[in-house]
Design a protein around this ligand. Sequence first.
Ligand code: SF4
Length: 77
Amino acid sequence: MCICLNCKYINVCKHYNFVEKNHNELNITKTPAFFPYYSITTINFFNEPKELEIEWDVVECLSFKEKPGNWVFFSFK
Ligand code: SF4
């Protein structure tokens, strides 16, 4: 699971914005201004019967600041 979902900076972070784009999701913000330090992203490939699914997850980040469930606030705007 992507740790960004529980991060205080999810709505301003450039790296999370990049992850959203690779998931073909709408961006929480169009103009993120925050550069995180040393975020590490894993990319998993799932060879499903009809298509190749790609999952992007931030797994480590020195800028991570815990704010449980923060993504929920922005996903229902
Ligand atoms: S964990 Fe890091 S990459 Fe993810 S939203 Fe927070 S600061 Fe950005």
